[in-house]
Design a protein around this ligand. Structure first.
Ligand SMILES: *Cc1c(COP(=O)(O)O)cnc(C)c1O
Length: 472
């Protein structure tokens, strides 16, 4: 399998090369040069398989011969051993045709673990082959950071720098990152928003000299391997509900568009999907796009679902690439308009084409709270505010009674206890393995919203680390 850039200028790369790069050199994102299909039989054969086996079958065509099959198999098995539910991604039925897909059973309680636990192993493997130091950098609105840190803690020859927007992540999210004290983990609190963090990371990747001398590697969902790993739970859930003989609608709480794009990839691999519903909070650039064909930046508003407080959704570029018929030049032109004038409009063919599968809904803060309350009252379950945004969007869907609707539950309620308590009066408890989180010592470094300052910090810390590595 080869991977091409969404902006059409960069040469295609192999899985191996893509794993350790972030953006393509032309500023685009890598996507597979064609979609592999599992076929009806391939999908049917997934029925009843353990979760790790589904991951194995879904990822095999993307990895190809870049990793020996027995190594890949071992890494996938190990990646899913630290989840606290035997099903890994269990489905919970809410009503005759509504389901929750619980994606919060990993070590850091959000769906990001499903990809990053595997990515940590993949990084370890590629380093083992090359014996080089790599520097992982990532921007986080909260959950990517903790999941990446957990996956990379203590890895040899790896330093991980994670930028979070200062005071804009929840306390549990922050503590899950800042209480990890392995010396290869570096937390940066940036004076800015998540979009600022993301812009700093992008700028570092675009600085070729810096990128190459530090072996920069991305953990954000611009890394294809993350999207790839997430495709599996769409298959796993849909097959449990009758695929390929029945098609499913997925409702996905969305920020950076990585998760729902994995659902799109599942569809392109042959999974019958009736609809993909983009659920956003009041940061609604995507909802506005699907309504009006215009993608236009607005201010970022902090909400109680901070992992979705995003205006510019990186992975949306991957869908746009498909929407314009894989025309990299057209994508490059649109993205440059976004940079220079803050937005763009796509043509009718693109918009209508995407709307065949996608719809979107923006959910207010009030509706989020009332949905958390309703889930507690009607189903006796506590849901986190991100999941509530998805549930609210699902409630607004017309019911056809035939196609099951699956809402992705993207975080554990205890990750956002204040919102849950406000809505229900009940404060959700952290699982036992995290119960001392509030007593652990925190460590992080504050930096201004400035690429140069972040680069200086990375330079200093990596060279200190290499000395450390050499002397201990
Ligand atoms: C990251 C995250 C999202 C948004 O996912 P994207 O892939 O960025 O669209 C939604 N909910 C939670 C809890 C998250 O951590």
């Amino acid at each position: 399998m080869r991977y091409v850039s969404t902006r059409g200028e960069a040469p295609p790369v192999s899985f191996d090369e893509l794993l350790l790069t972030g953006l393509a050199p032309d500023g685009g994102l890598y996507v597979p040069d064609e979609w592999p299909s599992l076929g009806g039989k391939g999908i049917r054969d997934l029925a009843g398989l353990p979760y790790a086996d589904v991951v194995r079958r879904v990822t095999a065509p993307y990895v190809g011969d870049a990793i020996p099959p027995e190594d890949l198999e071992r890494m996938i098995s190990e990646a899913y051993t630290r989840f606290d539910d035997a099903a890994v991604a269990p489905l919970r039925q809410l009503s005759a045709d509504r389901w929750l897909l619980e994606l919060f059973h990993g070590p850091t309680l959000a769906f990001k673990d499903y990809a990053l636990q595997l990515l940590g192993h993949l990084f370890g493997h590629s380093r083992a082959l090359r014996g080089e130091h790599i520097t992982i950098v990532g921007a986080t609105s909260g959950d990517t950071g903790s999941a990446a840190i957990d996956a990379c803690r203590g890895l040899e020859r790896v330093d991980a720098f994670v930028l979070h927007p200062k005071d804009r992540v929840s306390e549990v999210q922050r503590r899950q990152m800042t209480t990890v004290t392995e010396p290869n983990i570096h937390n940066i609190a940036l004076a800015g928003t998540f979009d600022d963090c993301q812009a700093v990371v992008k700028a570092m990747f675009n600085d070729r000299a810096f990128r190459e001398s530090f072996g920069l590697t991305a953990v954000n969902s611009i890394n294809w391997a993350r999207v790839m790993a997430q495709i599996a739970y769409y298959f796993h859930a849909a097959v449990a509900l009758g695929a390929p003989d029945r098609s499913v609608t997925f409702v996905v709480p969305t920020g950076n568009f990585g998760d729902i794009y994995a659902g799109y990839a599942a569809h392109r691999m042959g999974l019958p999907v009736s609809g993909l519903v983009v659920a956003t909070n009041r940061n609604d650039i995507l909802a506005r796009f699907f309504e009006s064909a215009e993608y236009r930046k607005d201010d970022v508003h902090p909400t109680m679902s901070p992992s979705m407080d995003i205006q510019v959704s990186s992975n949306f570029e991957r869908l746009l690439f498909e929407g314009v018929g894989r025309d990299g030049k057209a994508v490059a032109a649109l993205m440059s308009q976004l940079d220079t004038s803050g937005g763009f409009r796509v043509g009718d063919t693109c918009h209508t084409g995407l709307r065949r599968l996608f719809s979107a809904r923006a959910v207010s803060e009030d509706e989020t709270l009332s949905t958390i309350a309703a889930a507690w009252r009607e189903n006796g379950i506590l849901i986190d505010p991100h999941t509530a945004v998805g549930m609210a969007a699902a409630r607004a869907l017309p019911r056809d009674g035939r196609s099951p609707v699956v809402v992705l539950a993207t975080a554990h309620p205890a990750k956002f206890p204040d919102a849950v308590e406000k809505a229900t009066g009940v404060r959700p408890a952290l699982p036992p393995r995290l119960s001392d989180l509030y007593d652990r010592i925190e460590r992080f470094y504050e930096l201004p919203n400035d690429v140069g300052a972040v680069q200086d910090y990375i330079r200093k810390r990596v060279s200190a680390g290499q000395v450390r590595g050499a002397t201990t």
